[in-house]
Design a binder for this molecule. Sequence first.
Ligand code: 8X3
Length: 256
Amino acid sequence: MVSLKDKIVFITGASAGIGRASAELFASEGAKLIITARREQLINELAEGLNNKYGINVLPLKMDVRDREDVKSVIGTLPEEWKSVDILINNAGLAKGVEKVFEGDFDNWDTMIDTNIKGLLYVTRLVLPGMIERDSGHVINLGSTAGHMSYAGASVYCATKYSVRAISDAVRIETADSSVRVSSVDPGAVETDFSNVRFDGDKERAKKVYKGFKPLTAVDVAEAILFCATRPEHANINEIILSSTSQANSLIINRK
Ligand code: 8X3
């Protein structure tokens, strides 16, 4: 395992779920963290907690990946000592609603497309040039099993995750003449705030998604991300697809 000590790791959507678990795990390995999210208070508290617990430097930055100008300004004004990002974890993403296309909600579509595709592109566009210039770096994108198999009520969510896969594959080709690595970590059902957000805070409905089987945890996924990040320089993990042992694919979950 290659050491992450003092590596600069930039995580989007770090306030909760997989992003937060990744921040904790990378902090425990001695990385320096730039943690970003829309919810400023949460990332400020997380930064303080990680700094106290692991004695590492953490830079919390309020950033909305959907807002191109915000992304430009935040990344463009990184303090000098934080500019050389070693690992970018494009984690910010969400699902909204479970309507079929013929009854879909335009705003939900925009939110998913703007966050999961355009947001990931904006951040990558602004962080990757430095990696190319230094001939060193690693982009780790959060895909999904929903990017491998569509399911009803998730056409647009699945489309965004198919897009993440397309982008990861293309960027890997585009950077093949450099030492930059590109990985995609694609989980199935993970019990986080994901379904709560999808159902606009309907906790009961969200709970049912994970009923009768043991879903992945945010830590399970963070460990897969860590695995990608800690391979020797010559080895790139292109893609990890992981799911609960009870989940066969997007459609089949064995519930007791
Ligand atoms: C999450 C996977 O199947 O819950 O990305 O939509 S699923």
